[in-house]
Ligand binder design. Structure first.
Ligand SMILES: *[C@@H]1O[C@H](CO)[C@@H](O)[C@H](O)[C@H]1NC(C)=O
Ligand SMILES: *[C@@H]1O[C@H](CO)[C@@H](O)[C@H](O)[C@H]1NC(C)=O
Ligand SMILES: *[C@@H]1O[C@H](CO)[C@@H](O)[C@H](O)[C@H]1NC(C)=O
Ligand SMILES: *[C@@H]1O[C@H](CO)[C@@H](O)[C@H](O)[C@H]1NC(C)=O
Ligand SMILES: [Zn+2]
Length: 502
């Protein structure tokens, strides 16, 4: 893709120099006008090309993600308007080749991140765990040496995998308790049985075979190694560095697909606004962020805050310079709702730090001014805003929905199909450039521009993060536990795989 189209459309040849007298101060109205569907789709195609050239994904640790990161940094660098940093961080990478068959039939199974390899192909009788596998008592003595079949639910996958190992199982097959494939993470390296996830349907088939003594064959070959990954951070050269707007999305996909909605859409929406902003002067500094390894558990954004808040560098004062954070993770879901994070807590009784209410209200106004509906979206902490909430930073953003089914009311409000997933391709190979909702994509990217235009000029109504707020956010992170241990893919959860733990 060439970026020239944006500038051509704007009738401007070169980006504004910060000190040029003829460059206007940004306004929301002007910035919104520069956001064009053709630029969004060209950017999305670029990401699709990176995935196509690298095994169909842009996941942490692979060439598709590297290409994405390098391209984002180059695009921002060449505007001349931003200071661009590729911030490296090292995290444990874990992936595997898995294979499972039983009674002569092959079944589709998924690796559970951080699980161990099997010693070659393990062939053994299947056995069912008693109950749901959350206690040692659920694993009778006969489990030893067998492949134990366990239902999902009530406790983390980790507990089941540890219990299976402690009972001497040769492997563990955890099956879903709702429709769909089951992949997830054991959370950390540990002493587990080789563990895979599978669908409810496969689980029930396996259970039916146990009575007749069916044998299974499980193969898990993992790679676990520390790999370098990057956040891309681009900050306006101009603007007040003590009053900074940060906005972003994640640059990685899951392994299962190219991630063009999740989160190619947020990445390209944010990038397109960054390019448009180069035509203007800003009063407040604006920092665009593209987080790495979100799908492994929001690793990039948490690393970034640690590098800023004194844990790994920086200080609380650095954090307090960030006046607001805006998150865009999935903004073009094919069967979308127009979701806005519930900053004031009015819908879910779970608000962001003071000022998040203003951010929510400002987003709402954008849609209302166009006569368009919107719905509140719960801060489930399953995307990168979690790191900002925990640091007391007023936050908000947009989310058009993942695997949850559209309700009849939502279909009435937004059109689309009730009873169908908001994004049927969520974390699947079908999350391609063909499956973006163009109207939502354009509208939400313009909505990003609207808020950027506003906060680049003034943070009125948004108090600065301070120690009081951060203390409150510690309380918030305890509350958050109720979501983190809740059902994976719960309503409003944009990015399950990295954080699906039970
Ligand atoms: C991706 O980038 C990292 C860090 O620069 C590098 O170590 C790794 O070899 C790259 N991987 C691929 C597949 O290009
Ligand atoms: C990854 O790095 C950490 C921290 O340096 C280290 O403790 C760990 O052993 C490394 N893991 C692997 C698999 O190399
Ligand atoms: C809202 O949540 C708080 C805890 O954060 C709780 O004390 C309060 O009772 C809740 N209110 C409602 C109406 O659920
Ligand atoms: C910190 O923020 C709270 C909530 O907005 C505010 O009431 C308080 O005055 C602030 N404290 C300082 C020292 O700025
Ligand atoms: Zn995502």
């Amino acid at each position: 893709m060439r970026t020239a189209s944006l500038f051509a459309a704007a009738g401007v040849i070169a980006p504004a120099l910060c000190n040029s007298k003829r460059t206007p101060i940004v306004s929301s109205e002007q910035l919104v006008k520069l956001v064009k569907l053709e630029d969004l789709l060209a950017g999305s195609q670029k990401l699709q090309d990176f995935a196509d050239a690298h095994g169909g994904n842009r996941a942490f640790g692979g060439g598709g993600h590297n290409a994405t990161v390098d391209w984002l940094a180059e695009e921002l660098e060449k505007t001349g308007y931003y200071d661009v940093v590729k911030q490296p961080f090292v995290e444990l990478f874990s992936a595997a080749t898995v294979d499972f068959s039983a009674g002569g039939a092959d079944y589709k199974v998924e690796y559970m991140t951080y699980g161990p390899s099997s010693p070659g192909t393990v062939t053994a009788p299947l056995i069912a765990a008693n109950n749901i596998g959350c206690t040692a008592a659920d694993f009778p003595a006969e489990v030893t040496g067998k492949l134990v079949v366990i239902k999902r639910g009530e406790c983390p996958f980790q507990t089941k995998a540890l219990n299976a190992k402690a009972a001497g199982a040769a492997g563990a097959i955890i099956y879903n308790n709702i429709a769909g494939a089951l992949s997830g993470t054991l959370g950390a390296v540990g002493d587990y049985a080789p563990t895979v996830g599978t669908s409810l349907e496969v689980g029930e088939t396996l259970l039916a075979g146990i009575a007749s003594g069916v044998e299974g064959s499980l193969f898990v070959e993992t790679i676990q190694e520390n790999r370098t990954n990057y956040n891309v951070i681009a900050e306006t050269k101009g603007g007040d560095k003590n009053n900074v707007l940060v906005l972003g999305g994640h640059s990685d996909s899951v392994f299962a697909g190219p991630g063009i909605n999740d989160d190619g859409s947020g990445s390209i929406g944010v990038l397109t606004v960054a390019k448009a902003l180069t035509q203007f002067k800003v009063k407040n500094a604006v920092r665009f962020a593209f987080w790495g390894a979100e799908e492994f558990g929001k690793l990039g954004s948490f690393y970034y805050l640690k590098s800023l808040n004194g844990t790994l560098g920086g200080s609380a004062a650095e954090v307090a310079k960030i006046r607001a954070y805006l998150n865009f993770d999935m903004i073009a879901s094919p069967n979308y709702v127009l979701g806005i994070y519930d900053g004031d807590g009015s819908a879910f009784n779970f608000s962001g730090p003071a000022g998040s209410n203003t951010i929510e209200r400002d987003f709402e106004e954008f849609y209302e001014n166009r006569g368009l509906p919107h719905v509140p979206s719960l801060f489930t902490l399953r995307s990168d805003y979690a790191a900002f909430l925990e640091n007391g930073i007023p936050s908000g953003g947009l989310f058009t929905g993942a695997e949850e089914l559209k309700t009849a009311e939502e279909a009435q409000l937004f059109g689309g199909e009730a009873g169908v997933a908001l994004d049927a391709n969520y974390h699947q190979p079908g999350d391609t450039v063909e499956n973006l909702a163009h109207d939502a994509y354009l509208l939400n990217s313009q909505s990003i521009a609207n808020s950027v235009g506003k906060y680049a000029v003034s943070f009125e109504g948004i108090p600065r993060a301070n120690a009081t707020i951060r203390k409150r956010s510690a309380e918030m992170s305890r509350l958050l536990a109720r979501f983190d241990t809740g059902h994976a893919h719960s309503h409003g959860a944009p990015c399950g795989a990295g954080s699906v733990v039970m």
